[in-house]
Design a binder for this molecule. Structure first.
Ligand code: BG6
Length: 463
């Protein structure tokens, strides 16, 4: 029996992540009747509790769909605030007093990874790590070597089962729905392998640019920002073997899936940068950081040998959408003489902006000729995620449920896959904003397929 957390502490409480994601999630938890523990913000801002509350209210107004008066009242009754330097033992003594005897605090580090060691040490020396859980955010390292160092640092102060690494993609409804559909149906399993699947594509497209986060983005780029984490989680969920059950077996299989992914080489990758990126605030005039990346990867397993997985992520693309397409092979014999046999079968998982699970099939057109058309059977469509990923993940972490958190070995495997393509291992090609990235991306598709560009979905008639 895992203990329920009895206090939520978040470091970096006056920062961007707290403002955009954490306060709105807290409001949502309150609305769902799920937040009953003290919430302690820690930051070095010279603030008092009243200023902190004002920040929470502003966050809800800007990012939480408005401050709900009832929820805000409850939130204010739970909020506490500790102001101080993370390097100073007094800050942690004050935190200990504020924890007021809590036995299982959950410490959320919404701070740069360079501060993890300092905060970990402060928590340990003040014994605030006793019986505690720690929640950390990506970026989890900048390379394989730095991820290993970071893991070692955290492990000095917390056991692995007390460390919850957030990849918010794992908290998304459609990603959990993808896992569910894979293992709650028997009809997919016989098809889910190299005998039937021709290729797989994943596109994560965003119309937004870097939104004033130029300085952050210069340190990251699309490979570190999303390919290494969100995309690798999708690959793991799509390709893993059936787990023995929920809980740790789910993490075992996701981690194992990544061990079988072949390490990328420069020949597998095309990097792009949207025209105008170098004029963004905080971006170097000669920056070679990528805002787009396309990659082709292979999985050396019995199930997936020889099946290409094509990935694309980018900013300033024509639509905002994340979509997975599993393309099945053509029928082995061409029975009908129709001029256009169309696209073979596929399964489409749309991860955002809405949840869609659809299967593409050929059906005969009504009429004399034996000719067909492609249609999609929609198994599930929902306009949006009912629960924000952060709310779901914070509730899971509070309950000690780690199914949808990244484990140390999995994070390191994901870095191992991208390590050789980081930095300037490949040239960066310019692309015009509003296009699907540099044309060179087409050359990665070596099996005769073309990129499936996601389109805006028609309105859901049942919504
Ligand atoms: C974040 C990246 O992890 O994910 C951002 O840092 C990106 O650059 C974001 O925009 C996308 O998340 P979502 O949930 O909007 O698809």
């Amino acid at each position: 029996m895992v203990d329920q957390a009895d206090a939520l502490v978040f470091f970096g409480a006056t920062g961007d992540l707290a403002y955009k994601k954490i306060f709105p999630s807290l409001q949502s938890m309150i609305r769902h009747g799920r937040l009953n523990m003290p919430v302690i913000g820690v930051a070095k801002q010279g603030w008092n509790l009243e200023q902190f509350k004002a920040r929470a209210k502003a966050s809800l107004e800007e990012h939480g769909g408005g401050a709900d008066p009832e929820a805000l009242k409850k939130l204010f009754s739970l909020l506490k605030y500790v102001d101080g330097d993370y390097k100073s033992p007094e800050t942690f003594q004050e935190l200990r007093r504020t924890l007021d005897g809590a036995k299982h605090p959950m410490h959320y580090l919404a701070i740069p990874p360079s501060m993890f060691a300092t905060v970990g040490e402060g928590l340990a020396k003040s014994q605030c790590n006793q019986g505690a859980r720690i929640v950390v955010e990506k970026p989890f390292g900048r390379s394989l070597a730095s991820a290993r160092e970071l893991n070692a640092t955290l492990r000095e102060y917390f056991p692995e089962d007390a460390i919850f690494r957030i990849d918010h993609y794992l908290g998304k409804e459609p990603v959990q729905s993808l896992l569910y559909s894979r293992f709650a149906n028997a009809v997919l399993e016989p098809l889910w392998n190299r005998n039937y699947v021709g290729s797989v594509q994943i596109t994560m497209a965003e119309t937004i640019g870097v939104l004033g986060r130029g300085r952050f983005y210069e340190e990251a780029g699309a490979i570190r920002d999303v390919l290494q984490n969100h995309m690798m989680q999708l690959i793991a969920c799509l390709t893993m073997e059936p787990p023995a059950g929920e809980g740790e077996p789910l993490r075992d299989e996701r981690a194992k899936a990544l061990t079988l992914v072949r390490t990328l080489t420069p020949a597998d990758v095309v990097r792009g940068q949207f025209a105008g990126y170098r004029e963004e605030k905080g971006v170097a005039k000669d920056s070679t950081v990528e805002t787009f990346v396309a990659a082709r990867l292979f999985i050396d397993s019995w199930r997936w040998a020889g099946v290409p997985f094509y990935l694309r992520v980018g900013k300033c693309l024509p639509v905002s959408c994340t979509e997975i397409i599993v393309d099945f092979k053509k029928p082995p014999q061409r029975v009908f003489r129709e001029a256009n046999a169309g696209r073979p079968n596929h399964i489409r998982f749309r991860v955002s902006p809405e949840v869609v699970l659809a299967m593409g099939v050929r059906v005969k057109k009504i009429g004399e000729a034996l000719e067909g058309t492609s249609v999609e059977l929609i198994a599930q469509r929902h306009p949006h995620d009912e629960m924000e990923p952060y709310e779901r993940l914070l509730l899971d972490a509070a309950a000690g449920k780690s199914d949808f958190f990244a484990r140390e070995d999995q994070v390191e495997e994901a870095w191992r896959i991208v390590d050789p393509i980081l930095g300037n291992a490949t040239p960066v090609e310019s692309y015009a904003p509003g296009t699907w990235g540099p044309t060179q991306g087409q050359s990665l598709l070596t099996d005769g397929s073309t990129w499936h560009d996601p389109r805006d979905e028609p309105e859901d008639p049942d919504a």
